[in-house]
Design a protein around this ligand. Structure first.
Ligand SMILES: [Zn+2]
Length: 202
């Protein structure tokens, strides 16, 4: 009987420890994402927005990434953060227990305002819209590659740059009209420059 009680106590301690470690991982993860976060669940506006962006990512030539990230979205691994400061998104792995991709709410819902807050570029809004959207898609792709188990920034930035460089061959780009292509040409060039800069100064 005593043996059973001892076993029972050991089991309780084990469960409590697992719960504590899990809670620590969750807190750590959320704190690293600025604290104020929520899960992207089906039916909310932010979910629809990401879903639309992922469909666009597929037409931009990254079908495989798009479908894998859509799976993560459905599994509840993509979250919204209200306070990522200057980042559009980030991947955070806490103790290998909690792994999430966070997207900045402002970058997602009000992408141009997100950039205007950072720097005032004297250029027509359409160029900024193209840049903001493209770099958000690039960021989601970048953070997904980290999520898939690759920490090497050089490698991940190169995949992001490859995505921008191949964009002109995509269905998305080919369906743009002349003016929209002008906006995207600028956006592609600027996205590549800023990824190279980010890779150098990280
Ligand atoms: Zn990275």
């Amino acid at each position: 009987m005593k043996k059973i009680i001892r076993l029972f106590i050991a089991l309780i301690v084990l469960i409590a420890t697992i719960c504590i470690v899990y809670a620590i991982a969750v807190t750590k993860n959320q704190n690293m994402a600025g604290g104020d976060v929520y899960k992207l669940v089906y039916g909310i506006q932010e979910y629809e927005k990401i879903d639309t962006l992922l469909k666009k990512m597929s037409k931009m030539g990254a079908e495989e990434y798009s479908s894998k990230i859509t799976d993560l979205l459905k599994e509840g691994k993509v979250w919204i953060a209200l306070n990522l400061h200057d980042k559009q998104g980030v991947y955070i792995n806490s103790l290998n227990i909690i792994k999430r991709i966070y997207i900045d709410k402002n970058a997602l819902m009000n992408s141009v305002a997100f950039f205007e807050k950072l720097r005032s570029i004297d250029i027509a809004i359409e160029y900024l819209e193209a840049f903001a959207e493209l770099t958000l898609v690039g960021t989601i792709l970048h953070e997904y590659i980290h999520y898939s188990g690759i920490p090497d920034e050089n490698y991940v930035y190169q995949r992001e740059i490859d995505f921008y460089q191949k964009l002109k061959d995509s269905e998305f780009y080919n369906n743009l009209n002349y003016e929209q292509k002008e906006y995207y040409n600028w956006a592609i060039e600027s996205a590549i420059k800023s990824a190279i800069k980010a890779r150098e100064y990280r």
